[in-house]
Design a protein around this ligand. Structure first.
Ligand code: TRP
Ligand code: ZN
Length: 517
């Protein structure tokens, strides 16, 4: 598949920086979740590329216009310039019988530049009167851009509140790889997942992983339906044949990790160590998922030992019956499964709470920082539970022929959005970590993994920062190593081709992907 030249150019810069060891230094991040308030740790939006002179800028002398995107190479219109959302308060209702979603979104935002106008991302829906600090604002719409012109220009640094009343039948967002996301109807409700761009399919968002915020999601549904969101259940009240579930995630969360999956669920609450658990299971999946879900506390304990303290205050899972989805997602605090997960799928999504949810990419082409890490987590879980070691798994994969799914695209440079969840991003991404482990040894490797988490928890990261940390900890020049593993297409030449047969049952099964997670 053709690789966009802009991505090539970006990678050339990355590799050059690696070779001379000039990658950006790691900024220390706060370590204790208990000390964090939402706004203090909310991600700031990166500055947009050099602004044109004042006079030529849209908005001219009366103030700048926030950019419609934050220059993600895969999703240029996702996210918006000039704003930093602190908190979302979504008050919604949904009726599965009519498929109608309606409600009000209240966003507390800080202007990161003077703003005559700014955008949010929202697809479709009919709008009520949008206000900024209580005053009606002028609205225009352009595709997924909801353009908001407040009565007066907002000054850089100002905090303001936007209220967006909206209603309509949500349309699932179809991704470049053909999969559906957003608010996806099921037999008894809806499964709600947003990686990478589903959020604007059900609420107005600054839809970039760089702008983490706290969330309250209140959802009113017909009696008998359960709505499950991120974080803690603040209240559950019934009146007039309807129930309102109010969920609060007080830890920073990227928009793509939100959920309010709803339907008929059996709920089990408990504890994983000291962490409260909430597990919601579709009755059709109860029997098949019970033996796996029973191990959730053990998995959380395992991952904490390995990587550091669990980043959030609640944990759990949502097991739906949603064959229309076809994948699981690491929604924050409660991963969503489209069916009863197997052991490694549950472990995979839980490990994303560390790598993906707490430590989140800045740009989508760095997706291996999520999927390679979660896949390697499966390997180490298997190794530590008497199964195949990660080294054995690596050796097995290293036998894959040059034309295998495994080698292309290279995980650090997936090339285009349709390749975000390619098998190579997962498996060659995990091989990269295992190769690093074997190169620098377990003590250095686990120090890298733990520091990567501790130093970037609640923040955003890029591959050069990971390389810089690995070099710093190991005191080795790893530029050529990472260039070969992450950025060079095809099977690395240094993997000896001993001509051994590749057709083990396991490899055959993974050829072309098994089920993607
Ligand atoms: N992030 C998911 C995981 O690995 C995968 C995922 C999200 C996905 N959206 C997708 C896979 C669409 C296939 C298609 O846990
Ligand atoms: Zn994953």
């Amino acid at each position: 598949m053709p690789i966009r030249s802009s991505v090539y150019a970006a990678c050339a810069v990355v590799v050059a920086a690696l070779v001379v060891g000039a990658a950006a230094p790691v900024a220390a991040a706060p370590l204790d979740p208990a000390d964090l308030g939402g706004s203090a740790v909310s991600g700031t939006v990166a500055p947009v590329a050099a602004a044109p002179p004042e006079a030529t800028r849209p908005g001219g002398r009366s103030g700048a216009v926030g950019a419609p995107g934050v220059d993600d190479p895969f999703f240029p219109l996702a996210g918006n310039g000039g704003i930093d959302v602190q908190d979302y308060d979504l008050r919604l209702s949904y009726n599965p019988a009519t498929d109608r979603l309606e409600g009000t979104a209240t966003l507390r935002i800080v202007a990161t530049q003077d703003l005559r106008r700014f955008d949010l991302d929202l697809r479709k829906f009919t709008l009520g009167t949008v206000t900024v600090d209580g005053v009606p604002a002028a609205i225009t719409r352009d595709g997924q851009e909801l353009q908001i012109t407040p009565k007066r220009t907002l000054r850089k640094g100002a905090a303001f509140t936007v209220v967006v009343p909206y209603a309509g039948v949500p349309e699932p967002v179809v991704d470049p790889d053909g999969s559906s996301e957003g608010f996806v109807p099921t037999k008894d409700g809806a499964v709600v997942v947003n990686e990478p761009q589903g959020s604007p399919g059900w609420y107005p968002a600054n839809d970039t992983p760089r702008d983490k915020a706290t969330y309250t999601i209140a959802m009113t549904v017909p009696a008998g339906v359960t709505a499950v969101g991120n974080g803690a259940l603040v209240s559950q009240t019934s009146a007039g044949g309807r129930t309102t579930f109010t969920w609060r995630e007080r830890f920073p969360m990227a928009p793509y990790l939100t959920t309010i999956t709803l339907g008929k669920f059996g709920v089990t609450t408990g504890r994983a160590g000291s962490i409260p658990t909430y597990v919601a299971v579709d009755p059709t999946q109860a029997a098949a998922s019970a033996p796996v879900l029973r191990r959730l506390p053990e998995m959380v304990a395992f991952l904490q030992d390995l990587y550091g303290p669990y980043p959030f205050e609640t944990v759990g899972a949502i097991v739906d019956n949603a064959p229309e989805l076809g994948y699981a997602l690491e929604t924050q605090t409660k991963p969503v499964f489209d069916r009863a997960p197997d052991e490694l799928t549950l472990l995979h999504e839980l490990s994303h709470q560390w790598y993906g949810d707490a430590v989140t990419l800045r740009q989508w082409p760095d997706i291996w920082l999520h999927e390679g890490f979660a896949t390697w987590s499966e390997w180490i879980w298997t190794e530590r539970h008497g199964g195949q070691t990660a080294a054995q798994r690596f050796a097995e994969l290293a036998q894959e022929p040059g034309n295998s799914y495994l080698w292309n695209p290279p995980p650090g440079d997936p090339g285009e959005a349709a390749n975000l969840f390619a098998g190579s991003v997962y498996d060659r991404g995990a091989m990269t970590l295992q190769a690093l482990r074997e190169k620098i040894g377990d003590p250095a490797f686990f120090t890298v993994m733990r520091r990567w988490y501790a130093e970037h928890k609640y923040g955003n990261v890029s591959t050069p920062e990971f390389v810089a940390l690995a070099q710093q900890v190991s005191q080795q020049d790893l530029g050529a190593f990472f260039k070969a593993w992450l950025y060079t297409p095809g099977k690395p030449a240094f993997l000896a081709d001993d001509g051994a047969p590749v057709a083990s049952a396991r490899l055959a099964a993974s050829e072309g992907g098994g089920r993607r997670r």
